[in-house]
Design a protein around this ligand. Structure first.
Ligand SMILES: [Zn+2]
Ligand SMILES: [Zn+2]
Length: 377
């Protein structure tokens, strides 16, 4: 069964604001929370709602989703890594990143107090979107491209711990006793409500760093450029989206890298054009060669080939050169044709000698437009 559209799941429009999304989510989440809901399928619904909210409440993921659909946010990826990072720091990993849903529900319904331990869980890195512009020749024959990516690199100085000395500078948070959460009481319409909030001192980590790593300033990671080399398959189509596995953002705790979703566009070519698997060429040919016949050179994307032009070749005559078109598929050896459309071309300037010779030619020429042409007008 296919996945439902996230906007449908939350019952909001594609242009819904963050507030509208949040409101819809809260209502549905209350309705379907498995602890309170009497609906059957509550648990499955609840999961679906959470997944939809997880994506639509995050601007990056929402953008990916709008652009790529469900493929844009690999559920395995869960986006923890960069969501945490882009959201302004480590704390987001623990609140937004991993457990968007846990947090909200623990706040809402007062979940049991348990120590959160995400320290060793491998998390796949975030998927990235990229775009490559290429020439028609590169599209046909394939290409190695270098993508410059902004990625969150794990800090190699502190091995991702954020501490200057991981052995000495990481301590259990005394405010929350390592739980990452504190209980707070709030007066509300319904009386005094107790809820849990992420610990303000350790931001939900349960641990504090007393001396931060100078390179990553305690984050455990830093934003940096990285060049990734990718081999683009031959003869891909422009509307094809490529998924390049595990070249995206870095994972956490040795989790795999995310994927790259690559879109391509092809620069228009003045002479060549792709039509399905065939390559079309408008080839300018001298009027003399067209009249007298000649062996002419035809440029192709894999070197010149020769074409025998018969005498009296008219403009828009078409010649097929087999096996010089696009590949039937990136793994196929079979190819389409090069289709050559002859454009007979007259000179824009004549030398004195050419003029004299042409005049002589005209004097002896038998050429006439069809006899009855003027009568039929
Ligand atoms: Zn704490
Ligand atoms: Zn560091």
């Amino acid at each position: 069964m296919g996945k439902r559209d996230y906007y449908d799941v939350l019952g909001v429009s594609r242009s819904a604001t963050d507030d509208e999304i949040k409101r819809a989510f809260r209502q549905l989440a209350k309705k379907y929370h498995p602890d309170v809901s009497k609906e059957k399928d509550a648990e499955a619904k609840f999961k679906e709602i959470n997944e939809a909210y997880e994506v639509l409440s995050d601007p990056n993921k929402r953008r990916n989703y709008d652009q790529f659909g469900h493929a844009g946010n690999d559920p395995n990826g869960f986006g923890g890594f960069s969501q945490g990072f882009s959201g302004g720091g480590f704390e987001d990993i623990f609140s937004g990143g991993f457990g968007g849903f846990g947090d909200i529900f623990e706040n809402f319904f007062g979940g049991g107090k348990k120590r959160r331990d995400f320290s060793n869980q491998p998390i796949k890195g975030e998927n990235l979107a990229a775009h490559v512009k290429m020439t028609l020749k590169e599209q046909m024959l394939g290409k190695k491209v270098q993508l410059d990516l902004n990625v969150d690199k794990p800090c190699e100085i502190c091995a991702g711990t954020g501490a200057k000395d991981p052995k000495k500078d990481i301590h259990t948070c005394t405010t929350c006793d390592g739980y990452g959460y504190v209980n707070i009481e709030q007066r509300s319409l319904f009386g005094i409500m107790q809820s849990q909030q992420p610990c303000p001192d350790c931001k939900g980590r349960g641990k504090v760093i007393t001396s931060k790593c100078p390179k990553c300033k305690g984050q455990g990671h830093y934003r940096g450029k990285e060049t990734v080399e990718i081999e683009l398959p031959k003869s891909i189509h422009e509307d094809q989206q490529l998924r390049i596995r595990e070249k995206g953002n870095y994972g956490l705790n040795n989790g795999p890298r995310g994927d790259i979703y690559l879109e391509i566009s092809v620069k228009p070519n003045k002479y060549f054009k792709r039509v399905n698997d065939n390559l079309h060429l408008d080839l300018p040919v001298s009027y003399l060669d067209a009249l007298l016949g000649a062996e002419i050179k035809v440029p192709t994307f894999d070197g010149d080939v020769h074409l025998k032009l018969p005498p009296n070749t008219k403009t828009n005559s078409v010649f097929n050169i087999p096996n010089h078109g696009f590949f039937k598929s990136p793994t196929s050896h079979r190819r389409g044709d090069l289709i050559v459309n002859i454009i007979v071309t007259i000179p824009t300037k004549l030398s004195a000698e050419e003029k004299t010779k042409l005049q002589e030619l005209k004097d002896v020429s038998s050429f006439k437009i069809a006899d009855n042409f003027y009568e039929d007008l």
